[in-house]
Write a protein that binds this ligand. Structure first.
Ligand code: SF4
Length: 370
């Protein structure tokens, strides 16, 4: 029996894709092991969000060059890995995950422009208690800094019935936590004339003891559906956790990023209504500091927004230009400025979160990676 080690970088969607790879391989008599040392094949599920992660992936490939390495994930669409590492055994993109056996058998690279429907493909879950379910692939935006869009393309939502069946299977297998993930849960269903509240209503009728956690939702998609979504949150099967990436508090920066200019207004409204209804709920957001055109004045707006809304989870990213993105062509800010702004924001977070933690028992949720 051949042994495979899967090295995962990046987001929940990548973990879910890796679980699909693991499920396919297990069904076909491969053993999934937890170390690269004994592996016949290493499959790297890569991420293209940050420069730092890209460097880590390159170092990992170099360190294991005596092994048969296959690379999948978002980085395969933004970097010419075949040219950089000709010794790789195989390369595949995010649309070719179900081709993994073909790649192993025929030592080849596979890329496709057509999205696969993987919702009901057997999965080998990485975590014992949590089942991560991808509800769609791709998104409806074109954010200037984002390399994920280049890899994952436009929105393609899975049907409610298919998602429900995937959840029923996971609950039957004993999973107590169902994490719904995608590049942007907020626009779920817009391509198939449905939406997130409709999905939630349907899946919370699945019998059994489990809790659903929603992944990130861009604020502008919630404008229409938020009242209904808020009602849906009342269901005890839905975790009172909301993740709204804001990225900047400055309208000017948001406009340049290609994000909706009204994001800040919508974000504040959502937070205020969510807090009013669920005072013990948890709010998460993401912020990019040091976006190329960000002035001190713009940064101050982000600082003020965070200071005013005090999200319990704050993911701060220092801007780093990603290949082939629009923002990579802009004049970059000096790295000292970016570091300084990240520190200022992080200090603000550390300061208010201590008080919030005292007030609420945030417990395990906060320490979990989003
Ligand atoms: S919404 Fe923007 S940041 Fe999110 S995946 Fe799409 S393009 Fe990237």
């Amino acid at each position: 029996m051949k042994k495979v080690f899967i090295k995962i970088y990046g987001c929940q969607a990548n973990i879910a894709d890796s679980e699909t790879i693991s499920g396919i391989l297990k069904e076909n008599n491969f053993e999934i092991i937890d170390n690269e040392k004994d592996a016949d094949f290493i499959i790297i599920n890569s991420c293209s969000v940050k420069n730092k992660t890209q460097s880590k992936i390159f170092d990992y490939i170099k360190k294991n060059k005596n092994k048969k390495i296959i690379v999948g994930g978002c980085l395969t669409k933004t970097v010419d890995l075949r040219k950089k590492f000709p010794e790789l055994y195989g390369i595949f993109d995010t649309n070719s995950i179900t081709q993994i056996l073909n790649i192993i058998k025929n030592k080849k690279d596979i890329f496709s422009d057509e999205k696969e429907n993987r919702i009901l493909v057997p999965v080998g879950r990485a975590k014992k208690e949590i089942a991560i379910i991808n509800i769609s692939q791709g998104c409806l935006n074109n954010c200037s800094f984002c390399a994920t869009k280049l890899a994952r393309g436009n929105l393609n939502s899975y049907r409610i019935g298919e998602i429900k069946r995937a959840i029923e299977n996971a609950v039957k297998e004993g999973y107590k936590g169902i994490y719904l993930t995608s590049q942007d849960n907020g626009c779920y269903g817009f391509d198939i004339i449905t939406n997130l509240p409709e999905l939630l209503q349907e899946i919370s009728s699945v019998e059994g003891e489990f809790i659903i956690r929603l992944g990130m939702m861009n604020p502008w998609h919630l404008r229409e559906i938020f009242p209904k979504l808020l009602e849906t949150y009342e269901n005890k099967k839905i975790m009172k956790f909301i993740h709204i990436p804001i990225q900047s508090g400055s309208e000017k920066v948001l406009r340049d990023m290609g994000r909706n200019e009204e994001s800040v207004k919508i974000f504040k409204k959502i937070i205020s209504e969510f807090r009013k209804k669920f005072p013990d709920g948890t709010i998460a957001t993401d912020v990019i500091v040091g976006y190329p055109i960000e002035t001190e004045e713009d940064f101050k707006k982000t600082y003020e927004l965070i200071s005013e809304t005090k999200p319990e989870v704050l993911n701060i990213s220092k801007f780093s230009p990603r290949p082939k993105t629009r923002a990579s062509k802009l004049k970059q800010l000096p790295s000292e400025i970016i570091k300084k702004r990240a520190k200022v924001l992080n200090d603000l977070y550390k300061d208010y979160i201590k008080k919030v933690e005292k007030r609420k028992s945030l417990g395990k949720l906060i320490s979990e990676e989003i």
